[in-house]
Every structure is written in C-alpha cells, then in structure tokens.
Design a binder for this molecule. Structure first.
Ligand SMILES: NC(=O)c1ccc[n+]([C@@H]2O[C@H](COP(=O)([O-])OP(=O)(O)OC[C@H]3O[C@@H](n4cnc5c(N)ncnc54)[C@H](O)[C@@H]3O)[C@@H](O)[C@H]2O)c1
Length: 415
C-alpha cells in the first residue's frame, strides 16, 4: 500500500493550502532552487515522522526536488491535516496518516514508512527513533534528525545510556529553530488553538502558563498582548525570575489552580497538572496542553473525577465534577495548536524546515563518518538561515568596519 489516508478526495483543497504555505516560506524556496540544480539527496530514501501539515508538505517537496524519495507519517495522532495528506498522496508521496487515528494505527504507520528501509529518518518527538531502537533493529539508517525539545531530551537519554546507534542532528537546538518556532510559533498558534476551540475573549482572564521555556515565554507574551493577566508556574528559579521580571505573576501550581480561567501546559514533563489541581479549579476553567505529549495533564485523573463527560464544540470537551463544577479540555489534551488550530504559521516553519532540509543534506554528506551522538548544525547554517529570513522581511544588517574588527580582537585599549 502506497498510502493510508482519510479521504483522497480532499487533495485539491490540500494543494491550495500547501501552495499558500509555500509562498510564505522564502528561505526553504531558496534552498529548494539550489536542490533542483544540485540534487544533493539523489536516490536517498527519507522516512519522516512529522506533523502532517501544509508546511511539512513543502519540506517533503523540497526533499524530492533534491533527488530524495520521501515518505511521511504523523508524529501525533491528532495533528494530521487530512487534505494535506491527500494532496501529497495524489502527488505520489507515500503518506500514512489519518487525523484521530488510534494508537495501533499510529504505530503501524511508523512501521509502514520504516518498511522502505530509509537512508535518513526525520523525527518530531523521537517515536520513530524509539521504534528503530526497539522493534526495527534490523534497519540502520545513515542518521536521523529531531525537530522538538522532547525528542532531543529522549534521544539524549538514549545516548547517555549508551543505546543510541546512529548520529542525530538536533534541529531543535539550532537558534533559528527554537528561538523562533518554539517561541513565536507556539506563542501564536497555542492561543489560536484555544480561541478556535472555545471562542472565549482572552482579555481580562487569568491565563496560567505552566513552564516558562522557549514555548512558555512565547505563549505568555502573546497572551499578555491579548489582555490576559498571565500567571506563570515554574520549577526553575532562573526561569521563574525571568517570568517575574517580564511582568507576570509567578505562583505554585496549587495557588494558580484556584484562580486560573485558562491553563496551558508547555513543560515537556509529566502530570504537571494533576488530580489535586483539577480538584481546585473554578467552574468553567479551560485546560489545554501545548507540550509534545498529552501526559503533561493527568487525563486519567480528570476522567476519574468526572461524573459526566460531553462534547461542547469541535475540540472542546466538558468534564462535570461531582460538585457540579465543569472543566473544559481542549483538543483531548494533545498539542492544542495542532489539534484545534493549524499549527505554527508557515512563516516560522520556513526556518525550522530549512534547518531540517540542510540537516538531511549534512547527514547525506557526512553522516557515514559521524559516530552515534547528538549533533547541532554548524553555526554557519544558523547565520545563513537568519540572514535569508531577515532579507525576506526587508531588514538590513550592518557590517563591522575594519577598525571595529581590529578593536574587538585587541585588549590594550582602555578608557
Ligand atoms: N506545540 C508545539 O508546536 C511545540 C513546538 C515546540 C516545542 N513543543 C514542545 O513543548 C514542550 C516545551 O518545549 P520548550 O522548548 O519550551 O522546552 P524548555 O525546556 O525550554 O522549557 C520547559 C520549561 O518547563 C519547566 N518545567 C518542567 N517541569 C515543570 C513543572 N512540573 N512545573 C512547571 N514548570 C516545569 C522547565 O523548568 C522549563 O523552563 C516540549 O514538549 C516541546 O517538545 C511544542
């Protein structure tokens, strides 16, 4: 089977949406033009386990322009855009992804793309790498790439344990990825997801952000812009202090639980909101997660506390507690920006996926000589991607004068 998708008839709409996204990805387009001429990935099979979105479709087309044979499956059961899956399948790219697929189908799809015996794999959350290291040990790709913080953490744990058996490029760790995608991408699209799921007015509400890393800072910043009173929950004192000086209240989860109107978790950690917090929440509190896995919320406890559960709107379910309070869960606790909205805008995925494409090219060239470890893309690539993006925004950069270069490399000068 060349694909497993929901509805092939959606392909025309998918083509329209991926074309629009492509128009907002000028850096990837520049790379793609070079790829068409140089074909640096000629003959390489690339198995990608990424969110199946309009932006990912453009990455797949760029890889094919570079000479590769890409295949795609979902990196989350609820993030697939079925029209995009249909558009890619119609264009001859094997896609295995259905929005809302159950766990068995999700994992069978990862196996389907691994069946192609890939030279390079691409991951978002390290589910594919985990299968490679457990069930599909007969396969030995040249190397892999990893898109997100949680995936990098899992792969580092694999490396620390001595189990990692291939080089992995941590695309997330490139500055032009995490400083922009995690921050501005998650910041805007997580709020977009909450709004699409609930249509509440954010202004004036207490909005609790759990986790003040790259993503949490972005969410807090955008929520403030909407007029929310932002409360941050952190475990790291430096991050907590940053949140305080950025103008947010910093409280424990217990204190925040009692006063929050909207909760968004972005920690990459487990059960950061759990039974004790659900027990304290106000009637009508909205709970959402934008971290990679839904385990950030203890959904078993939420289910257990509920005497009734009912759908309210698309991507919004109500859990009624024994005392009559109602807690609303967005997008089943999965990544709210992808489950209830369209994920990050193409403008920011332009940089993330330019890094992915360049990481694949780097692995194709150097991967066979790279011992199993986690690698960052060379600094020069960050600078190139940033320069191209800035130019596309109409920005200009100063150049150091010869005198300034000499001044900065000396130490004899003083007051
Ligand atoms: N929704 C998306 O599209 C998207 C995009 C990028 C990353 N992510 C995911 O979002 C998550 C966060 O990513 P990041 O780059 O911001 O990570 P990060 O490591 O920069 O930040 C996580 C923060 O959470 C804090 N934290 C950990 N446990 C906590 C707890 N129990 N209570 C309060 N705070 C706690 C940490 O101290 C840290 O400051 C990851 O799972 C990542 O994979 C999602």
């Amino acid at each position: 089977m060349d694909y497993d998708i929901a509805r092939p008839s959606l392909s025309e709409e998918g083509v329209r949406r991926l074309t629009w996204a492509g128009r907002r990805m000028p850096v990837l387009e520049t790379i793609r033009e070079r790829y068409r001429a140089e074909r640096p990935l000629e003959g390489l099979r690339i198995a990608a386990c990424l969110h199946v979105t309009a932006e990912t479709a453009n990455l797949m087309l760029a890889l094919r322009d570079a000479g590769a044979e890409p295949a795609l499956c979902a990196s989350n059961p609820l993030s697939t855009q079925d029209d995009i899956a249909a558009a890619l399948a119609a264009d001859g790219i094997p896609v295995f992804a259905v929005r809302g697929e159950d766990s068995d189908r999700y994992y069978s799809h990862i196996h389907s793309i691994l069946d192609m015996d890939p030279h390079i794999t691409m991951d978002d959350g390290a589910d594919l790498a985990t299968i490679l290291h457990t069930e599909r040990t007969e396969l030995s790709p040249i190397g892999s790439t990893e898109e997100t913080t949680t995936g990098v953490i899992r792969l580092k744990a694999m490396a620390d344990e001595g189990s990692l058996r291939l080089p992995v490029v941590a695309v997330n760790d490139s500055k032009t990825k995490h400083l922009f995608d995690n921050r501005y991408g998650t910041g805007q699209s997580a709020i977009d997801g909450i709004i699409r799921a609930s249509n509440v007015l954010i202004a004036g509400l207490n909005l609790v952000v759990v986790g003040y890393g790259d993503c949490g800072r972005g969410v807090a910043d955008r929520a403030s812009g909407f007029g929310a009173k932002v409360i941050v929950v952190e475990v790291d004192p430096v991050r907590g202090l940053e949140a305080a000086m950025d103008g947010h209240r910093v409280l424990t989860a217990d204190d925040a639980a009692a006063i929050g109107d909207i909760f968004i978790t972005v920690t990459g950690n487990k059960h950061v909101l759990r039974r004790q917090h659900f027990e304290m929440m106000k009637d009508g509190a909205i709970v959402a997660n934008a971290g990679h896995f839904d385990v950030e919320l203890d959904l078993v406890a939420l289910d257990d506390l509920a005497v009734a559960k009912r759908p309210i709107r698309a991507n919004l379910d109500e859990f009624e507690m024994a005392d009559g309070r109602r807690i609303l869960l967005a997008a089943e606790g999965r990544l709210v920006n992808l489950g209830a909205a369209e994920g990050h805008p193409a403008d920011v995925m332009d940089m993330s996926f330019s890094n992915q494409a360049l990481a694949a090219e780097w692995l194709a060239k150097e991967g066979r000589n790279m011992p199993p470890a986690i690698y960052r893309l060379p600094e020069e690539i960050d600078r190139q991607v940033a320069s191209l993006k800035l130019a596309s925004l109409g920005g200009g950069l100063e150049e150091l004068t010869a005198d300034q270069v000499s001044y900065r490399s000396g130490w004899r000068h003083g007051t």
